[in-house]
Design a binder for this molecule. Structure first.
Ligand SMILES: Cc1ncc(COP(=O)(O)O)c(C=O)c1O
Length: 482
């Protein structure tokens, strides 16, 4: 087991001076570093004595720090093997992939995830799926590529959107993330470099690494109004100078910025990819979530023949279905299907049947959802502007979250403070493939209205709290620099 040295930990959490009481400030800094992923789960922390020397506090203080971390489930201490970082046990087990410093408690608003509760139609779809199930029971139930009727429906949707697709080019997966994992495994010969936007979807960053890839980040550009955008020739340069082999891109209502790659730029991106011989994975998880009146974006698959597209029912219907898909060029299908068989043998039949029901009713469901999301987006943007006037709020044209610029690089501190105000957030650095982004925070607008109404006041209180806990010397320095 690897041990983190006191020097390294001090480099991450700082060396003070610590706001009083010091044990609380230090513990908070460690929790923040764990939630940001800078102190990884499974690593052994330095001894209390070493840490005390490293960060300029007494041994009694570090003993209290470790006791606090233990009490809140962030470390497990065993005689002889030291204190090892772990994830707090969460009753109900919701907050799993992204570490949150808090579990879902009474009055906690969970903004760690861009996802909603299931619409009523999901329950009906499962009831209909149960009725359809007997026809499948005489078979083995193994559909490694997916149930034919579902593959057909998904293919038809691609065709209708402008990317002619045969059902044989569709593979049903465990969500879009499952699809991305399979696609990257099939495409990459480690250690291959993979282009990824910065910021990007945190689980995709981890998925690239798990597939043996090394993320090469392309930082999205920001215009004078604070909107993120792509510069396709700059992307081309990054691809060529880093000898990138693949890419993971979210051109449609990108998570977390909500940015949409304009129609006019799509052929240019296709050209850059082709010129650099890069075979990309396009993540279309959010493509249906355009919230302003613009035409549906052209699928990148229509412009980049040698590409893989992943999509999902998670964002349009319900994440609990765990049904997604891949669109794969024919010459790659066998390799991708084999990569999939190394992971699992297919998606569950009942969920696939429910997905069929829901896709048949797609337009009505999505229409309602978009209306609700639009209102939530506008309401949250207005409330954050009113309560936190020095934050830079851009209203995205789609997606499920605001990506907000903070007046200071204190997203981690804000996340820790927000937990004390009943708000679970994911800090900006989680979205950074190559570090940074502590000046940003993602605010999903997917929770129920009653909760959404409380978000901005809690954020304002948490921000004040985070500023109040700033180390005095840091404030001094900040004033001089400014
Ligand atoms: C861009 C993106 N891809 C994939 C996912 C996960 O999708 P799924 O639940 O289909 O695996 C998300 C969820 O937030 C996402 O934002």
């Amino acid at each position: 087991m690897t041990t983190m040295s006191a020097r390294r930990l001090a480099g991450i959490i700082g060396t003070g001076p610590w706001a009083s009481p010091a044990n609380e400030s230090v513990a908070e800094a460690v929790v923040r570093a764990i939630s940001d992923g800078r102190v990884p789960v499974g690593i052994r922390l330095p001894s209390e004595r070493e840490l005390a020397a490293g960060i300029g506090v007494s041994r009694t203080t570090t003993a209290r720090v470790y006791a606090r971390l233990r009490e809140h489930g962030f470390i497990r201490t065993r005689r002889g093997s030291g204190s090892v970082v772990e994830i707090p046990a969460v009753p109900g087990g919701r907050i799993d992939h992204l570490l949150s410093p808090v579990g879902p408690g009474e009055g906690l608003i969970d903004l760690t995830c861009t996802a909603t509760t299931a619409p009523a139609r999901v329950r009906e779809a499962f009831a209909a799926a149960l009725d359809a199930l007997p026809a499948y029971l005489p078979g083995t139930g193994y559909y490694p590529s997916g149930i034919p009727a579902l593959r057909e429906l998904v293919a038809d949707r691609f065709t209708a959107r402008g990317a002619p697709t045969h059902p044989d080019e569709i593979l049903i997966t465990a969500g879009a993330l499952g699809g991305a994992a399979v696609g990257l495994r099939a495409l990459l010969t480690p250690p291959a470099r993979v282009l990824i936007e910065s910021p990007s979807y945190p689980n995709a960053i981890a998925t690239i690494e798990a597939a043996g890839g090394r993320g090469v980040s392309y930082p999205l550009e920001i215009d004078s109004a604070g909107r993120h955008f792509w510069d396709t020739s700059a992307m081309g340069e990054v691809m060529r100078s880093n000898r990138v082999r693949s890419a993971y891109l979210i051109p449609d209502f990108h998570n977390p910025t909500g940015a949409l790659l304009p129609e006019a730029q799509r052929p240019a991106l296709a050209e850059e990819l082709e010129r650099s011989a890069v075979v990309p994975v396009f993540d279309e998880s959010l493509v249906e979530l355009g919230l302003d009146d613009h035409p549906a974006p052209t699928p990148m698959a229509a412009l980049v023949p040698d590409s893989i597209t992943v999509g999902s029912t998670s964002k349009i219907f319900w994440g609990g279905l765990r049904i997604g898909w891949m669109r794969i060029p024919r010459h790659r299908f066998d390799a991708v299907a084999s990569a999939r068989l190394a992971l699992d043998l297919g998606a569950p039949v009942l969920e696939q049947l429910a997905a069929i029901e829901l896709l048949r009713d797609h337009d009505a469901i999505i229409g309602d959802f978009r209306r609700r999301l639009r209102e939530a987006r506008d309401g949250l943007a207005a409330a954050v502007r009113a309560h936190c006037p020095d934050w830079q709020v851009v209203v995205p044209s789609g997606g499920m979250a605001l990506w907000v610029r903070l007046p200071e690089e204190r997203s981690g501190a804000l996340t820790a403070a927000a937990a004390r105000h009943g708000l679970a957030l994911v800090s900006g650095p989680n979205f950074a493939p190559a570090g940074g982004l502590d000046g940003w925070i993602r605010l999903p607008y997917t929770v129920a209205q009653a909760e959404l109404d409380q978000v901005a006041p809690r954020l304002a209180a948490a921000w004040q709290d985070a500023l109040d806990r700033r180390a005095p010397q840091r404030q001094e320095r900040a004033r001089i620099v400014a």
